[in-house]
Design a protein around this ligand. Structure first.
Ligand SMILES: Cc1ncc(COP(=O)(O)O)c(C=O)c1O
Length: 363
């Protein structure tokens, strides 16, 4: 179709993980355990559900166009000014605005292979040249990324911690990287999982740095358990935010979503409970995998990537788990065909997962 630009024709649509309903129907099951999309297994805070419900009666009204109340709350919490904060429909919504705001004719992007698929989709859809740098031992190779910077480089994307590997760029690596990146290059630092990583000693929480060319992206989809509401937020120099504001869709995220997010920030108990559960269950998962002699990548997030010796093993295990009502993520679409990613669930969910893996290995 001549209406469609070539770079769009050549794209494949984003393939999300399987949904609970589709697996229920296909395998005729009553109960499904979804460990596929790094969601909060405890669900949202009850306070955010109440706040969202209470705001439904105002749904005939547009929300504040820039989401001022939530932006103020985030500015207070993270010690920045409100004009350093932007909201979007998930952090991917903000990524999309970044592409539309900053990319010009001959600009290029750099990121790593096998990193967050959402960025890959948006970068390819931009029609610009993207240089994908292979990872080293499943980690971002920042030296090679820096070596690829040229006069056309405009955006470098780093997910920290990374999804799907769960690895993170440490403070020394981040300092080295920032010392080499010219100020004319915009760094997107995607910290969707930062709450799970912030207590790691050498994890560089980007909010403790002040670079004029860094945009930090965070989300309510993970630790806050609000993925269905689609609320992401970003921090950057006010001049970057100011220009993003000209391009972003006004009124996103929705009124109901903003209210849910505001209430969630106040429910520190729920957030702490989520992080504590993840720490405990991650440790158990790791010891179970070790006991089964299954290879995995140590993770700083709320998920773990398991490495098998063949693609066949992945296909067979994913199928076996599906038939038993457990959805995990086959990482073939991320360029890791020998790997699956498993979200850390509740104690019961993780035990069921481990038992089914044992059963599969013994079958
Ligand atoms: C690294 C990373 N960034 C961003 C996102 C998307 O977050 P949101 O739901 O806020 O768009 C995800 C979700 O899986 C992710 O893993």
């Amino acid at each position: 179709m001549s209406l469609v630009p070539k770079h769009i024709k050549n794209l494949s649509p984003y393939k999300p993980g399987r949904t609970i309903n589709s697996v229920k129907r296909k395998y005729n099951l009553d109960r499904i355990i979804k460990l596929a999309s790094n969601e909060n297994p405890l669900g949202p805070s009850l306070k955010s559900i109440d706040a969202a419900s209470n705001s439904l009666k105002n749904s005939h009204r547009y929300p504040d166009a820039s989401g001022l109340e939530l932006r103020e709350k985030l500015a207070n919490q993270f010690n920045v000014r409100v004009d350093n904060v932007i909201l979007g429909s998930g952090s991917e919504g903000i990524m999309s605005s970044i592409m539309r705001t900053f990319l010009r004719e001959n600009d290029e992007l750099i990121s790593a292979e096998n990193s967050f698929i959402g960025f890959r989709v948006l970068a390819n859809a931009s029609g610009k040249k993207v240089i994908w740098i292979p990872k080293k031992d499943y980690r971002y190779d920042l030296k090679s990324i820096v070596n690829q910077i040229n006069k056309n480089t405009k955006i470098i994307y780093i997910a920290n911690p990374d999804n799907p590997t769960g690895t993170y760029v440490n403070k020394d690596e981040f300092d080295f990287f920032m010392s080499k990146v010219p100020e004319r290059v915009l760094v997107i630092l995607d910290e969707a999982y930062f709450e799970y990583a912030e207590n790691i000693k050498d994890y560089p929480d980007s909010m403790l740095y002040r670079y004029d060319n860094v945009i930090t992206l965070r989300t309510f989809s993970k630790v806050h358990g609000l993925a269905g509401f689609r609320v992401g937020y970003g921090f950057a120099h006010h001049k970057l935010i100011n220009n993003l504001m000209k391009v972003k869709l006004p009124f996103e995220p929705s009124l109901v979503s903003q209210k849910a997010a505001i209430a969630s920030l106040d429910d520190v108990k729920h957030l702490n409970k989520t992080i504590k559960l993840n720490n405990q269950e991650m440790n158990l998962m790791v010891s179970n995998l070790n006991a089964m002699k299954i290879d995995f990548i140590p993770s700083a997030g709320n998920f773990i990537t398991i490495v098998f010796d063949s693609r066949d093993n992945v296909i067979n295990l994913v199928q076996y788990l599906l038939e038993n009502g457990i959805i995990v993520r086959d990482l073939v679409g991320f360029g890791l065909p020998d790997c699956i990613r498993v979200t850390i669930g509740t104690k019961e969910e993780n035990e069921l997962f481990i038992n089914k893996v044992k059963e599969y290995l013994n079958s």
